[in-house]
Ligand binder design. Structure first.
Ligand code: KIV
Length: 264
């Protein structure tokens, strides 16, 4: 029986093709940053496994575990009210088989309350995406520069630079879309290629370092806010919070040392 304590079902709205105004996706890793992202009008919050590099001190996303992702995505979900939340499945938690991917997705969806999972890979992941999608999981795919494959790609490099590589990415995009992905992240590829993919697909594309033509754009929290010593070339900083934070802490520390902290 329904009573006043019954929790309201939150209607999740899937991302859609945006011909006029691209959707805004941003990473967040805890409740506070999720609240700030929503307050700024962000449409979709991505709990990226970039977590490993920007917050956990790893030099790639490979050491990130399912437990790390669940811990942080749960906090993000507690901090959001309306935004759609996507959680990355980390390296090793889905590549082995569609069944392994389903078990990891179920764990993440049940433990965190997020709306979708994201997995890296194109044609090779199509069977897995179909398996998840047919079982009710909303999957965001991720092609182009896929950081979990950084060791195989030989670094964080732009992808799709020759005809053969571009052709492969077009096939990757078509196969994840046919398999039932609800959106696809296009990372670090030429703008013309990302535009071609965007025009060919019925699902929305989410660009990062892929020009201006995608249906949505995503950036990493620390890059947008200028929290790092330097950003990737495709990620402009819209503030210099690293400097502001260091300055605020230095100013407070100086006040402490001279017993001059203002208090009421
Ligand atoms: O992990 C991440 O933050 C991502 C984005 C860069 C797309 O996958």
């Amino acid at each position: 029986m329904h009573n006043k304590q019954t929790k309201q079902y939150r209607q999740a709205s899937l991302p859609t093709k945006q011909h006029e105004c691209p959707q805004v996706w941003l990473t967040a890793y805890d409740a506070h940053t999720a609240m700030l992202a929503e307050a700024a009008g962000v449409d979709v919050i991505l709990v990226g496994d970039s977590l490993g590099m920007v917050s956990l001190g790893f030099d790639s996303t490979i050491p990130v575990t399912l437990e790390h992702m669940i811990h942080h995505a749960s906090a993000v979900v507690r901090g959001r009210q309306h935004a759609w939340v996507v959680c990355d499945l980390p390296f090793g938690s889905y590549q082995q088989s569609p069944e392994q991917a389903f078990a990891s997705s179920a764990k993440v969806l049940q433990a965190t309350g997020c709306d979708a999972v994201k997995i890296e890979g194109g044609q090779a992941m199509a069977e897995t995406i179909r398996f998840l999608s047919e079982r009710g999981v909303a999957v965001v795919a991720h092609i182009g520069l896929t950081p979990q494959s950084v060791k195989k790609l030989g670094g964080f490099k732009k992808q799709g630079l020759n005809e053969q590589a571009a052709e492969r990415l077009l096939k990757d995009a078509a196969s994840v879309s046919d398999a039932g992905a609800v959106a696809v992240v296009l990372e670090c590829m030429p703008e013309a290629l990302a535009n071609e993919i965007t025009q060919q697909l019925e699902i929305p594309t989410v660009g990062i370092g892929a020009g201006q033509g995608c249906d949505a754009q995503v950036l990493v929290w620390h890059d947008v806010l200028g929290l790092n010593a330097s950003n990737p070339p495709f990620a402009p900083a819209y503030a210099n919070l690293r400097q502001d934070m260091i300055h605020a802490i230095e100013t407070w520390a100086n006040d402490v040392r001279k017993r001059g902290v203002p208090c009421k």
